[in-house]
Every structure is written in C-alpha cells, then in structure tokens.
Unconditional design. Structure first.
Length: 235
C-alpha cells in the first residue's frame, strides 16, 4: 500500500483515499480508479500492466541486468545501486520489488521490458549464425540511424511495409541487443473510443531483434515476419 500511495501521489490522483489500511483492503481504491476519467484509467492500467509483466523471476533478472549496465557506466548510479540486488531481495515479493523499481529507478524498466520481449520469444523462432567477425558493434547515433534507414527501406521495398523504422541498441552483460521497430501494414481494429465502438486506423510495429555476441562471434536474429526473411536481415 505504501507503494500505491507513492504512485498515486506522483500522478496526482486519488488524493482523498486513505492508503493506511490493511494490505489487500483495496475496495475503496478500486472504486475510486473506476470513477476516474478514461484517460487517467488508461494510463494507470498501462503502468500496472508493465509492472505486472516485470513481476517475475525473468523480469527481476532483466531489471538487474539493465541496472548493472547503468551502474558500470554512471558513477552516480554506482554510488546508489551497487547493492541493488540485495536491497530488492529484502522486499516482499515480485510485485513489490518491481513497483519499487518502477517508482524509484524507472530508467531501469525500459531496458528490462525490452529484454523481456526477447526472452519470451520461443527458441525455435531464433535463427542463429556463427563464425562472424569478433568486432565491436557500431552503436553511435549515426551508425544506428543508417541501420534504421536501411532496414526500413528493405521492409518497404521488399515487403510493402511502411518506410519508417527505429532501432534501439541495448547492452546486456556481454551481449549487444538491437531492437528494431519497422512500420507494419496499417490496421483498423475495433476499439472503444470515447465510449463508442469504432474502427481507428493505426500502424503497428514490425519487430526485428538482433543479439550479437562479440566474444562468440555469433548473431541471433528474430523477425515477426518469420524465418524466410532472416537471411536478408542478417545481410
């Protein structure tokens, strides 16, 4: 409850609710959330779904891995979080650990969510390639931008998808991850919009993930479009 109180204080909502009640005595909180405007509820639901996604052993490892990168590369973070694993281990359960990180070290959650996306891909969906040069990957903004443009052009010319593409490089222990979000075919699913059922056109992402190991000279590739396009993506 103390974390729920912190969350709703930070978002400026439920100011009249008493959070100093028994754990799981949440009826008043739930009623107050349901009474909020739709835009507020959507944000709360999105935040809580992210927290729930990370509230597992896999999510805990992903948060610790992302925190380790920040600790190694930021002296300020090292001073605050060199003992983060032990600090989180002392909290009561996965959800309390995750919500504490979400509220107090939110910078760790973004990378952790990306790692979860890769972790839940079934092994059979990855294409593995070995015997690559053992070189430092290019992760400077100019190289990443060139990569995104080339990948977007490939998806557009060869598959008719949108030209837009964004690439996010992340480091996890000895592995370099590249999360690529191309613009996929337009869709118009039924959605609830301002209390009415309607179709609203949108462009979802066509996700591609690369994991490169310099130490092993190995590249793992996953594409939402399946393995047939992986050789082109590797190139």
């Amino acid at each position: 409850n103390y974390l729920l109180a912190q969350y709703f204080t930070e978002v400026g909502l439920l100011g009249t609710i008493d959070f100093d009640v028994k754990e799981r005595d949440i009826d008043a909180m739930c009623e107050a959330i349901i009474a909020l405007p739709e835009s507020n509820r959507q944000q709360i639901e999105a935040d809580f779904r992210d927290i729930d996604t990370l509230a597992s052993e896999r999510g805990f490892r992903a948060m610790i891995d992302e925190a380790a990168w920040h600790v190694r590369n930021n002296p300020q973070q090292h001073g605050r979080d060199h003992d983060l694993t032990q600090r989180l281990a002392n909290l009561d359960g996965e959800h309390e650990r995750t919500m504490w990180v979400f509220l107090n070290r939110k910078v760790y959650c973004h990378g952790a969510m990306r790692f979860i996306e890769a972790d839940i891909v079934a092994p059979s969906y990855w294409q593995k390639r070995k015997n690559l040069p053992k070189v430092d990957p290019r992760v400077d903004p100019a190289a990443v931008n060139d990569f995104a443009q080339a990948l977007g052009k490939y998806l557009h010319v060869m598959h008719g998808r949108g030209l837009n593409c964004q690439v996010e490089p992340l480091r996890r222990n000895e592995f370099d991850y590249f999360f690529c979000f191309g613009q996929d075919y337009a869709q118009a699913p039924q959605e609830w919009v301002d209390g009415k059922l309607d179709r609203r056109p949108r462009n979802p992402t066509h996700e591609v993930i690369f994991i490169y190991s310099k130490d092993e000279g190995k590249l793992d590739t996953y594409s939402k479009g399946g393995k047939p396009e992986v050789p082109d993506l590797e190139a």
